[in-house]
Design a protein around this ligand. Structure first.
Ligand SMILES: [Zn+2]
Length: 184
């Protein structure tokens, strides 16, 4: 952070404010304390009647050309459910029925937390959008594991197929990387 977003000053100190226990950017001009917190990434694991899961091939960086679950950053003013459905629309054009929370995935080094919901396909097909090169359904044996864009998506996909085999696992799974593990 180079400038105070409140007063525009470049006099920012990185220090522990009184009564706090972590260093923050503090404006020496106006006194504003700038708290920085992780961002939420929301999305859906969409499956069809045959138990196949929808993946979209990314037309944007990072990981251009890799497959991912439709997901993206939560916007201001949205609930996580609204954000997850919006991302599905933007990336796949699909109409889905939103189900329960499926996975939570921590990426502390990237300052992100993923929330992936289950969703069921409604209607027959999805379509490519400006954010996707291709949209397709994959059964477990056909998932292109080496070309899945993010570890959060791999985690959600593995949990989905495991919990279909063992319904007692059918609860939200929490996972993630430790701060020292740098793969996204
Ligand atoms: Zn300021």
């Amino acid at each position: 952070m180079n400038y105070c977003s409140h007063c525009g000053s470049d006099q920012l100190a990185h220090r522990i404010p009184d009564g706090d226990n972590l260093p923050r950017f503090v404006c020496s001009q106006c006194g504003r304390i700038h708290y920085q917190n992780p961002k939420m990434v929301v999305g859906c694991l969409i499956y069809n009647e045959a138990g196949a899961v929808m993946l979209a091939r990314r037309s944007i960086e990072p990981r251009y050309g890799y497959w991912n679950l439709p997901c993206g950053f939560l916007e201001l003013g949205e609930t996580v459910e609204q954000g997850a459905l919006r991302e599905v629309q933007e990336e796949t054009g699909a109409t889905v029925a939103l189900g329960p929370l499926h996975t939570v995935y921590n990426l502390p080094h990237a300052q992100q937390v993923y929330l992936i919901f289950l969703a069921q396909m409604r209607g027959q097909y999805a379509q490519e959008t400006p954010e996707s090169l291709e949209v397709a359904f994959f059964k477990e044996a056909d998932i292109p594991w080496e070309e899945v864009a993010f570890s959060s998506n791999v985690f959600a996909l593995r949990h989905f197929f495991q919990s279909r085999r063992s319904p007692e696992l059918n609860l939200p799974a929490v996972g993630g990387l430790l701060p020292s593990q740098k793969t996204s």
